[in-house]
Design a protein around this ligand. Structure first.
Ligand code: HEC
Length: 186
């Protein structure tokens, strides 16, 4: 065999191995996708993910997005504390936890900042915090039934916002452009 023939044979062998490896990979992904066959294979592709998620994008810088998610996890923790306290009729604890997700000037400023590139978001966020105030009010009056009903309304606001918006991480120049555009109409 000449060196050229060896080289060509080696190349074919390598291509074959790559094709085989690819097939195994595709089959693995296909198996994982069996539960949701409508999804395309490249699930790690963030562009595909954004296309599949039809909710309105909420542009945020990476730092803001991380901050928002941390707040959200704390909202969930507050709801958990409220439910635990309601179950044992500890209304002072209900009131305290509800205040954590209630309206305050600091909270309002943060919501305004988060929604600066997205018309409608801040209003929804502020309305949500106001519903949490009604949990605290009912708890303060020792009215467990009203506090539970108010919690249901608050959870409706969580669900309502999640149904509409998804985070979209943008770089700093994009954020600046989105929040300073004169035609933005906020
Ligand atoms: C005004 C809008 C809005 C309200 C109200 C809201 N959220 Fe969110 N929340 C968001 C957005 C936007 C995300 C990011 C969703 C995404 O990109 O998929 C999010 C994400 C989350 C996450 C995921 C956090 C993570 O680490 O990934 C949790 C948990 C959460 N929210 C809990 C809550 C709870 C509990 C409430 C109500 C007590 C609530 N949220 C109210 C907008 C909202």
């Amino acid at each position: 065999m000449t060196n050229a023939v060896r080289l060509v044979a080696g190349l074919f062998c390598m291509l074959g191995l790559i094709a085989l490896a690819r097939q195994v990979f595709v089959n693995t992904v296909a198996a994982e996708d069996a539960a949701s066959p409508a999804l395309p294979a490249q699930l790690s592709d963030t562009t595909t993910h954004a296309t599949l998620d039809a909710r309105t994008p909420l542009p945020l810088t990476a730092m803001m997005a991380e901050h928002q998610k941390r707040n959200m996890r704390d909202h969930l923790a507050a709801v958990q504390e409220i439910v635990v306290a309601l179950a044992v009729d500890e209304m002072a604890t209900v009131e305290k936890a509800a205040h954590r997700i209630g309206y305050s000037d600091t909270m309002a400023q943060m919501c305004q900042h988060m929604g600066a590139a997205t018309p409608g978001f801040t209003d929804m966020a502020l309305a949500f915090h106001r519903t949490a105030d009604t949990i605290a009010d009912a708890a303060q009056h020792g009215d467990r039934k009203a506090a539970t009903a108010a919690l249901a309304t608050t959870l409706g606001a969580c669900v309502g916002c999640h149904a509409v918006y998804r985070q979209q991480v943008v770089d700093e120049p994009t954020w600046q452009r989105l929040t300073t555009e004169p035609a933005h109409g906020r």
